[in-house]
Design a protein around this ligand. Structure first.
Ligand code: HEM
Length: 457
């Protein structure tokens, strides 16, 4: 069963309370499987031309009204704070956005622990100095559908003036949605109250809609702050965009150095991610991969850590368990429900194979655009980067970092609980290097039109 059909089966129109026809489809629609797509990064040189392009693009952004139905391609648009300034948005509106958004991702680098080789001065040109004003993303079910959607967007771009295309990046994977390391991803997603879709088994309790859609009630019982005027802010959300270059060869070499045969290498990799390459979670398949389980959206997320408090199946330090401790008890207490994110990441580059080595890494363009949506996106990423990614205190592992996305300025350790004694493996390096990113606002369809018309003037 595909993810889309699982969602469709659990969709009840009478349970919808969100204004689906005003929310960009990309927020609620899962990636197709397989998927292809394109990210385009644009810079606004001149306000009127920029507004004209936003108005034109708004005509091609589908709403979430059809998020359980078949579409062959959909486009989403998000804008940075520098982009809103370049569009001429008045100060009274700009000041109603969260401070972190106003400052932009590069200015928050120290808070995000984007230092050393991940520091903004090493990012791709398109993301330097707040250049990327508009991020346009197209997801499609196949290449012909992508080409049609790109042609439409390009026609609008060419008909407008005053906007520079900084670059484009194609992405995509096969039907197993495997990322650069050969792991299925995008599996665990929060169920959102009011979307009309009942949670899948194991999805945890549905989350208040205001955690994802501005203007709706959040987990606190009331809405989070909305950018003003309300017609502009309502039904929008925030996006965190982080481009990673994956050092797949270094990762393969690490597995070879610390596991004696292929089977042991697969197990070590699974311990680091928290799932097997197929997507099967260690909690349900502790000893060997189970591809059928991994591919089944009704079963592959149906677990918590209540029967694995010691981490004997899924290590506390694995990427997945760090990023969502589910019911786990932690030293640093926090409400997991306000840390959930809608992930829309996209993989680029060649498919994973075990023979790639570190010597191949420099020549390969492999990686992942880590993209997520949340009404608290900036607080969440800053918390995650500081606590759950780049520290180990909350799981009593002192300075140990996330083995997949942690920044390892010095080679780090990875701890695997075991009996009679835990195993500690040295030599973890930075397997994913940051190559750029930005904090973005994804307006509603009404908000895009408001921007396009320059309604404040
Ligand atoms: C290149 C970088 C990354 C790779 C290769 C990667 C890979 C994965 C994989 C394979 C999973 C498990 C399958 C799934 O549920 O989708 C996963 C889950 C997850 N990742 Fe990442 N990830 C990356 C970056 C990040 C970053 C930077 C964050 C946040 C700071 C993050 C947050 C999460 C979350 C929240 C989950 C879901 C956990 C759950 O709910 O069980 N990931 N990732």
């Amino acid at each position: 069963m595909s993810v889309l059909s699982a969602i469709r089966d659990r969709f009840r129109r009478e349970d919808v309370s969100l204004q689906l026809d005003d929310i960009q489809a990309l927020i609620l629609r899962n990636r197709p499987e397989p998927y292809v797509g394109l990210h385009a990064m644009l810079h606004i040189d001149e306000a009127e031309g920029g507004r004209d392009l936003i108005a034109r693009l708004a005509e091609h952004i589908p709403s979430a009204e059809c998020f359980t139905e078949d579409l062959d391609a959909w486009t989403g648009v998000a804008i940075s704070h520098a982009g809103l300034v370049a569009l001429g948005v008045p100060r009274e509106t700009l000041e109603t956005f969260p401070l972190a958004f106003q400052q932009g991702m590069a200015a928050r680098a120290d808070i995000l622990r984007d230092v050393g080789e991940n520091a903004p001065e090493h990012w791709d040109e398109a993301y330097r100095d707040g250049h990327c004003h508009i991020a346009l993303t197209i997801y499609a079910v196949d290449k012909p559908a992508l080409d049609r959607a790109v042609k439409t967007a390009m026609a609008e771009f060419e008909a407008s003036s005053g906007v520079t295309l900084l670059g484009t990046h194609e992405f995509g994977t096969d039907e197993e949605a495997k990322n650069p390391f050969g792991f299925r991803d995008g599996i665990a997603q929060p169920a959102i109250k009011g979307s009309g879709v009942q949670p899948c088994p194991g999805d945890q309790e549905a989350i208040a809609p205001g955690e994802f859609i501005l203007g709706e009630d959040s987990e606190t019982g009331s809405p989070l702050g909305i950018p003003q005027p309300e017609a502009f802010g309502r039904n929008g959300s925030y996006v965190v965009l982080r481009k990673y270059i994956s050092r797949v060869g270094a990762f393969n070499d690490y597995l070879r150095a610390h596991a004696e045969d292929e089977e042991a290498q697969h197990l070590l990799a699974a311990k680091m991610f928290g799932r097997w390459r197929s997507g099967a979670p260690l909690g349900l398949a502790p000893e060997r991969d189970d591809p059928e389980l991994g591919a089944d959206p009704m079963r592959n997320n149906d677990f918590d850590f209540s029967d694995d408090a010691r981490g004997l199946m899924c290590p506390h330090s694995s990427h997945m368990r760090r990023m969502n401790p589910r019911d786990g008890k932690m030293t640093i207490l926090t409400d997991v429900k306000i840390k959930r994110i809608v992930r829309r990441s996209s993989t680029f580059g060649p498919k994973w194979t075990p023979d790639v080595t570190a010597a191949d890494d420099a020549a390969e363009d492999r990686g992942l655009f880590f993209i997520f949506i949340s009404a608290r996106a900036f607080d969440t990423i800053e918390f995650l980067q500081q606590e759950w990614v780049n520290r180990g205190n909350f799981i009593d592992l002192a300075t140990e970092r996330d083995p997949i996305v942690g920044l390892h300025e010095e080679p780090g350790q990875f701890t695997i609980p075991d009996e009679p004694a835990r195993r500690r493996i040295d030599g973890i390096t930075t397997f994913n290097r940051m190559a750029g990113g930005e904090y973005m606002f994804m307006p509603s369809l009404t908000g895009l039109k408001w921007l396009g018309r320059g309604d404040w003037a």
